[in-house]
Write a protein that binds this ligand. Structure first.
Ligand SMILES: [Fe+2]
Ligand SMILES: [Fe+2]
Length: 235
């Protein structure tokens, strides 16, 4: 699941979304925008809400978690609470590999933004390239047959369609897809596009799920646990 957007008002509300989770899942993956304004108080509320979950939790941060400039503190609060926050690292749980990073925008396919012209454009594109290098670095370290990728931004256009066409380039980047097609993970989860589509595939045939909370609410009709359950083979 992604896009919890935890605020001061979320106390008591987020934990309830995960009722019954242990009966259907072995791991919980969180795909960024865990807080709303990227405040440490929000992160503290979130970890209290997650405290009842008796499963390993892996997460990446989203753009909202960067809003107040204290993303490192937010990651530290999550890590202290036992959440594995991935920022280009690789992590293994029960024989299944996880690689994750936030990702970035820049657009899709031949309409992707190129590093050309003003320094500000080059800096924007560099952020996307750096995020792809982090993703590749995580994936290259995993030796498990099943490998799960967590992103906040989308690697493909299909799962952001439904959002206003003017903002699609801010919702993800095909550069991320190139890394996925090269390393062929088992499945990819992302959030960020609250009004996108629930599922798509990369050109290499890798399954991609947009698990943003507003989309899951629509699809699952507010039933709990409000998560997308995907089974991957483990050795
Ligand atoms: Fe979001
Ligand atoms: Fe976001």
């Amino acid at each position: 699941m992604g896009d919890l957007h935890c605020t001061a008002k979320s106390s008591g509300a987020i934990g309830a979304l995960f009722t019954g989770l242990e009966d259907v899942a072995d791991v919980l993956a969180l795909c960024g925008d865990l807080t709303d304004y990227g405040r440490t108080e929000e992160a503290r509320i979130l970890v209290r809400e997650l405290a009842g979950i008796r499963l390993p939790i892996v997460a990446v941060l989203g753009n909202h978690d960067f809003e107040s400039g204290v993303e490192d503190e937010i990651a530290a609060i999550l890590r202290e609470a036992g959440v594995t926050v991935l920022d280009g690292e690789a992590h293994e749980i029960a024989g299944v590999g996880f690689a994750g990073t936030k990702g970035f925008g820049g657009g899709f396919g031949r309409h992707s933004l190129d590093s050309w012209g003003e320094p500000a454009i080059k800096a924007f594109v560099k952020e996307a390239i750096d995020e792809c290098l982090k993703l590749e670095s995580g994936l290259s370290r995993l030796r498990t047959p099943s490998r799960v990728v967590l992103l906040h931004y989308s690697p493909i256009r299909a799962t952001v369609e439904g959002e206003p066409v003017e903002i699609l380039p801010w919702l993800g980047s095909s550069r991320l897809e190139e890394a996925l097609n090269r390393y062929e993970p088992t499945v990819v989860f992302h959030g960020h596009a609250h009004r996108g589509q629930a599922a798509g595939v990369t050109q290499g045939g890798i399954r991609v799920y947009n698990v943003s909370l507003p989309l899951l609410r629509q699809e699952l009709n507010d039933q709990t646990p409000l998560v997308r359950v995907v089974e991957v083979p483990r050795v």
